[in-house]
Write a protein that binds this ligand. Structure first.
Ligand code: TV7
Ligand code: CA
Ligand code: ZN
Length: 379
């Protein structure tokens, strides 16, 4: 196979607890856990399970969740009631982003359980690459839910990885800033975080400027690439590849965690980028080619059919089957109707809704910032 030519065959494990897909954030809420059932079904109907070991992991335990989170906050989540803060601005409305829907705590235990087991599989060297498409909820804070995220499975997974690994590199290609993960490791050099995101003062969460670079022991170990709207495959690869290549060269991580939010695709309901399935998938292919132990996580993605397409294609890239599988969605897939009307293609072209506002000068500036930072961490 291609893998044998390029490098050593990599052992891949896929983690999915199907209970995760049955929860509902509520009517009109953009986050739809059902996308995970459609994704999983499509992966199976492309027969990709022949190329990895599939695991149905147990839900995360309370003890595992409080490895990062505040106990009072988790009790609130379990009770299904947010604490009433007397002076809080009642019309702020951010609570609509993180509704306490039925079973919200159980939902968190399913996606977090998969990330924890994935981390353990890397720690024990059972796998070189682990996948959990239900994970990647990067906004959750130690004592606060934020941006559709309640429990930060990424932080909990990285804490597990740190038991066996000296340095963890976290890369985040969701269109939103990976603020929860950045905050959790802002003061340590054992985790380097790099988020690529759309930045605009009015775009959630409004953080992730270049100047946020970490503090004390963590100074220079948080990196932010605030991109402008409309970025194309070419522009994205132009910044992503050299930056990630030098991060790996200079930081020399023992393991890489890649958050693959699909809202950076063109035509996402919340996104403002122009990435194609190919451009998004190219990031995954590139990180895989660096040959480090790798954890692949999901994240955002709000056009259901494109999320399933994106992560199925990327599962195929991970197992080295992307150039072999058909571009027509298998007819036997029970969710096939979700993929109309784009002729049932796996990787249809996506319309460009935004002009690329990222000039070459701006992209060169971002690359320059990363290079300068890398010189600072050289020892
Ligand atoms: C990782 N954008 C998460 C991304 C989280 C984005 C936001 C919504 C939204 C929420 C809804 C809703 C929505 C059409 C879109 C400032 C506000 C504006 C709530 C209405 N429709 C990830 C979070 C972001 C909830 N939040 O990175 C219920 O859009 O911009 C905001 C904050 C205040 C709260 N209001 C939105 O991808 C998984 N929310 C419809 C119903
Ligand atoms: Ca991001
Ligand atoms: Zn997002």
């Amino acid at each position: 196979t291609k893998d044998d030519v390029i490098g050593r065959k990599r052992n891949i494990m896929y983690f999915h607890n199907e209970n995760v897909a049955a929860f509902h954030y509520g009517p009109h809420h953009p986050m739809k856990p059902f996308r995970l059932a459609v994704t999983h079904s499509l992966i199976l109907h492309y027969n990709l399970q022949h190329y990895f070991t599939m695991v149905e992991p147990p839900p995360a335990t309370y003890e595992e969740i409080i490895a990062f989170h505040d106990t009072d906050y988790i009790e609130e989540l379990m009770a299904g009631k947010w604490r009433v803060v007397p002076d809080e601005d009642a019309v702020d409305g951010t609570a609509d982003d993180v509704p306490l829907f039925d079973g919200v705590y159980d939902y968190c235990t399913y996606y977090t359980g998969s990330t924890i087991q994935a981390a353990k599989a890397l720690n024990c060297k059972w796998a070189d690459i682990v996948i959990n498409w239900s994970g990647g909820l990067h906004h959750a804070k130690k004592a606060q839910a934020s941006g559709f995220c309640y429990v930060n499975d990424i932080v909990i997974g990285i804490l597990e990885l740190l038991k066996h690994n000296q340095r963890v590199l976290y890369i985040d290609i969701d269109i939103h800033h990976g603020d929860g993960v950045q905050d959790a490791f802002y003061f340590t050099s054992r985790v380097m975080t790099a988020s690529f995101h759309h930045y605009h003062e009015k775009f959630f969460p409004g953080t992730g400027i270049v100047k946020e670079k970490g503090r004390s022991d963590g100074k220079h170990y948080s990196l932010n690439f605030p991109l402008r709207e409309g970025i194309t495959d070419e522009s994205y690869a132009y910044v992503f590849k050299p930056i990630v290549r030098s991060l790996v060269k200079f930081y020399d991580p023992n393991v890489i965690v890649l958050q693959c939010g699909a809202d950076s695709l063109g035509s996402d309901k919340l996104g403002k980028f122009n990435l194609s399935f190919n451009g998004h998938g190219e990031c995954i292919r590139f990180v895989k080619s660096l040959n480090r132990p790798l954890m692949i996580l999901g994240g955002g993605g709000y056009r259901l059919r494109n999320v399933a397409r994106c992560w199925t294609n990327e599962t195929a890239i991970i197992v080295g089957q992307d150039d072999v599988i058909s571009d027509i969605i298998p007819e036997i897939d029970p969710y096939r109707k979700c993929f109309a009307p784009e002729h049932y293609k796996l990787r249809p072209e996506l319309p460009h809704r935004f002009r690329d506002a990222n000039t070459r000068e701006f992209l060169d500036y971002l690359i320059g910032v990363a290079e300068e930072r890398m010189r600072k961490i050289e020892h």
